[in-house]
Design a protein around this ligand. Structure first.
Ligand code: DAV
Length: 368
């Protein structure tokens, strides 16, 4: 099947997708952007180096089974090419002890229509991650004459991009919640920064989380880069570590979004949804009280679902409450065992990047 790059939203029928790999994944040494994300009581504090082969193998088993299930449903699946992540990297501005991995392609690649855009990223350890996707992007470029391969300006990520006072262990979670509510995040506005997983595509409208991994300058860059889109900045106060939008806000089909009840969208940011007849419902509680060991993400990966079409949603197989809610909302649930892959960078939405969905760019917010 020849490649066609075309995907405008998170829900139209999926035809071609990238699924990550856990091979060689490392826990990178601390860096300014990651420190505040690791809670004081986390088992990840002070730990870095390659993840154990046993955990890599278990994650890969679930990633491979997920990919095989998608293929059985007629969806083409491609996989990235891991590089040696356990080696030091440097630019003229900084050096760092290791890279991260290539499990969450969603963080790196943003597909908007026929364009695949490499995000700036905001961690030094993830600066070179795009290299894992270059073989695929070259192939798509060769096979699809309309494909646009773009890369956002590589950030310098000097100390000027991070607030030094954000690193203090003396800041309590309560204080962090106040800082987040005041839109005081770890990154400065020195240069455009965004991770692709902070962006949700709703046809003509792009909704982008302003938080630890995406700054306002990054959102302004996206606005200028996509002049035919409306680009909206969203905030989810209630999350002390706002990294990526896809465990806070999850569109299931046109007109329906799940919102994390601990991270409710502020009233003024709801207006555009209300004006246009969209319903925002509280997501079900996660089935687990804590994330699996050595996991960056919260228990809210329960909401990190992959929509196959406006009637069919992949949900992690142990997330019984989330499966039940989506079933009651009238969609078919495809349970996917995936908890062994969580520590490698997230859930089913994180682990994928769209290449092709049916459908065109539509305006789901005609009232503006
Ligand atoms: O709730 O920890 C995880 C999102 C990963 N892409 C969270 C956000």
């Amino acid at each position: 099947m020849k490649t066609v790059v075309n995907s405008w939203n998170e829900w139209d029928p999926l035809r071609h997708v990238i699924v990550g790999r856990a091979d060689g994944c490392c826990i990178p040494p601390p860096e300014p952007a990651s420190d505040p994300k690791i809670p004081l009581d986390s088992d990840m504090r002070g730990v870095h180096g390659p993840r154990s082969q046993e955990t890599v193998d278990r994650a890969n088993e679930q990633l491979d089974a997920f990919a095989a299930m998608l293929e059985k449903r007629g969806i083409r699946v491609d996989r990235p090419d891991p590089i040696d992540f356990n080696r030091a990297i440097a630019t003229p501005d900084w050096s760092h002890g290791s890279m991260f991995g290539c499990q969450p392609p969603r963080d790196v690649l943003l597909t908007v229509g026929s364009e695949m855009l490499e995000a700036t990223m905001s961690y030094r350890s993830r600066w070179f991650e795009y290299l894992c996707y270059r073989p695929l992007l070259k192939r798509f470029w060769d096979e699809d004459p309309n494909m646009r391969h773009e890369a956002a300006p590589k950030p310098r990520l000097t100390d000027a991009s991070y607030k030094p006072d954000y690193l203090s262990d003396d800041i309590t979670v309560e204080e962090r919640l106040e800082m987040v509510a005041a839109k005081d995040f770890v990154t400065t506005e020195a240069e455009p920064l965004f991770d692709a997983a902070d962006v949700l595509r709703f046809g003509r409208d792009l909704f982008v989380q302003h938080g630890f991994t995406t700054n306002l300058t990054g959102i302004e860059w996206l606005r200028r880069h996509f002049p035919d889109h409306r680009v909206h900045a969203l905030n989810f106060p209630g999350d002390p570590y706002p990294i990526h939008i896809d465990a806070s806000f999850t569109p299931l089909r046109p007109g329906l979004v799940l919102n994390n009840p601990e991270r409710r969208l502020p009233d003024e940011q709801r207006e555009v949804f209300n004006r246009n007849g969209w319903e925002i419902v509280d997501a079900a509680r996660p089935a687990h009280n804590s994330p699996p060991p050595l996991c960056y993400s919260s228990v809210w990966l329960s909401m990190n679902v992959l929509v196959l079409d406006p009637k069919t949603v992949c949900v992690e197989a142990s997330e019984v409450h989330q499966m039940d809610q989506i079933d009651r909302l009238g969609l078919e649930v495809v349970p996917v065992p995936f908890r062994d892959a969580y520590a490698f960078g997230g859930g089913l939405h994180c682990a994928t990047a769209d290449v092709r969905r049916e459908g065109d760019c539509e305006d789901y917010f005609p009232a503006g």
